[in-house]
Design a protein around this ligand. Structure first.
Ligand SMILES: Cc1cc2nc3c(=O)[nH]c(=O)nc-3n(C[C@H](O)[C@H](O)[C@H](O)COP(=O)(O)O)c2cc1C
Length: 460
């Protein structure tokens, strides 16, 4: 059978995610409705109608304030603020769907592993195994200050913490409770057999957790692990722990390079690369006709906010306003290193298809990047998606949307049937948990070659 595209809808429990300034568009509903359960339930039903695999809920724990060294541009434009807790909308979405899964972002730098493990177990129970964890180490300096730190923990050390965090989590999910601990034995007055519930007694460099885990095992035990590290250290972490990995890059070749690198690293960790799915970013503006789609793009461009785009670029740790007074013909380069995320920083330098000048870089923020958005009628969009899918060697995409929910409705109604007709996209869901849907030959729990499975029942 032809390999089929896996699709996540890229979302955030926020007034605005990646669509800078587009809350002003007359069709935008999210900035008013994201606070309503109805909005999330309608969205979930729409995505399930489009046979989406998952809704991916991004999250941050602070405000972007690197650009102009101020929070004002982000707040003014609603750049990922106001922002609510992603976990709390999942049960509502799960209640109106049967197959759609939920990938939720949680930071290993700021949230304690014991509470996090319980939250994921709870969600995995309530959704019947439809939950994934997007593990992030967080790139915002304001987040550090929100959690009592004067400065951000260094980039690579954040991943060292994350490594230990995952070990603690595996112990809670995989070791702490045996499968048959919940005995419900009225004769012997025993609901849960104490011999089958274990403390984990983790004592490490960063965490100390006695246990046992408070939740009984859920269908997946460990939620499906997502990750999006781009740096050397990030890819090393991803290839060890993650089952779904996002790679960014401006060209299919660059994405292919990262995908191959991650699969190779996974093999070095003793993992079968087939047990990893790789995703890249997808942004689409579709119309019934090419002209309609082009008109939409023009309309979107009119509402665009360059300031919000520049503020979001602060995730790299670089303040793009420092370049605004420079000679635009100078080559664009960074003069210092930062503790921010490497993904955004790399897009303008080592991942860019050609060396850029300061002027070219500044110009990129002025309008939606036409090179990274597919604009066209359903057939043209499907052609472009097929090209990216085949050339970049990825397994699927994280679909961004600029005007919500309109862009998603158009995608479901116009593009999905075209992809289905080409055999590139499923017509029906697989049964089972998210892990079983993603890896139909495997089980609901972590596969044997995953480092987390070594913790199963083997107290050390
Ligand atoms: C598709 C995608 C989604 C991401 N979602 C989040 C998120 O929700 N929250 C967050 O703090 N970081 C998010 N990131 C950033 C990554 O976790 C990571 O920090 C970034 O890619 C830089 O990689 P590095 O940490 O290896 O430098 C995302 C990245 C990508 C590519």
């Amino acid at each position: 059978m032809t390999k089929q595209i896996i699709l996540n809808a890229f979302e955030m429990n926020s007034a605005m995610h990646n669509s800078h300034g587009l809350w002003k568009h007359p069709r935008s509903q999210r900035h008013r409705r994201y606070k309503d359960l109805d909005y999330w339930m309608d969205l979930a039903k729409l995505l399930e109608r489009g046979k989406f695999d998952a809704v991916f809920l991004a999250d941050v724990l602070g405000i972007y304030d690197v650009y102009k060294k101020s929070k004002d541009p982000s707040i003014r434009d609603g750049l990922q603020v106001p922002l609510n807790d992603p976990a709390l909308v999942i049960p509502a979405m799960a209640s109106v769907t049967e197959h759609l899964s939920f990938a939720m972002t949680v930071s290993t730098t700021y949230e304690a592993p014991f509470g996090n493990a319980r939250r994921f177990s709870t969600l995995d129970h309530l959704t019947k195994g439809r939950v994934a964890w997007n593990v992030v180490t967080s790139y915002l300096p304001n987040a550090a200050r929100n959690f009592g730190l004067e400065n951000m923990i260094k980039h690579d050390e954040r991943y060292d913490i994350a490594d230990e965090y995952l070990d603690v989590s595996y112990k809670l999910w995989e070791t702490s409770w045996e499968d048959d601990a919940f005995v419900e034995d009225a004769e012997n007055n025993t609901l849960v057999d104490p011999d089958k519930v274990h403390e984990i007694n983790h004592e490490g460099k960063y965490f100390s957790v006695e246990g046992p885990h408070l939740s009984e095992p859920s269908l997946q035990r460990t939620p499906v692990i997502y990750q999006a590290g781009t740096s050397e250290r990030g890819r090393e972490f991803a290839s060890k722990h993650a089952e779904c990995i996002f790679v960014g890059g401006p060209t299919p070749e660059r994405i292919h390079y990262y995908a191959d690198d991650i699969r190779k690293r996974a093999e070095n960790h003793g993992r079968n690369p087939d047990n990893i799915k790789i995703f890249s970013f997808l942004s689409v503006i579709v119309g019934e006709t090419t002209e309609e789609a082009e008109q939409k793009f023009e309309e979107y461009a009119r509402h665009w906010s360059p300031d919000a785009a520049k503020a979001q670029y602060g995730a790299s740790g670089y303040d793009i306003s420092e370049y605004e007074e420079m000679d635009p013909d100078l080559p664009f380069e960074y003069t210092k290193s930062t503790e921010g995320g490497h993904y955004k920083a790399a897009t303008l330098t080592k991942d860019a298809p050609k060396k850029l000048t300061v002027g070219e870089v500044l110009n990129r923020f002025e309008s939606p990047d036409r090179n990274s958005i597919i604009v066209g009628n359903p057939k043209e969009v499907a052609d472009a998606i097929q090209f990216q899918f085949e050339e970049s060697g990825v397994d699927g995409f994280n679909l961004n949307h600029l005007v919500t929910p309109g862009d998603l409705e158009d995608f479901v109604d116009l593009v999905i049937p075209e992809l289905q007709e080409r055999g590139l996209y499923k017509k029906d869901y697989q049964e089972g948990t998210l892990r079983e849907k993603l890896f139909p030959h495997g089980e609901s729990v972590l596969p044997e070659d995953h480092p987390g499975s070594q913790y199963r029942y083997s107290l050390t």
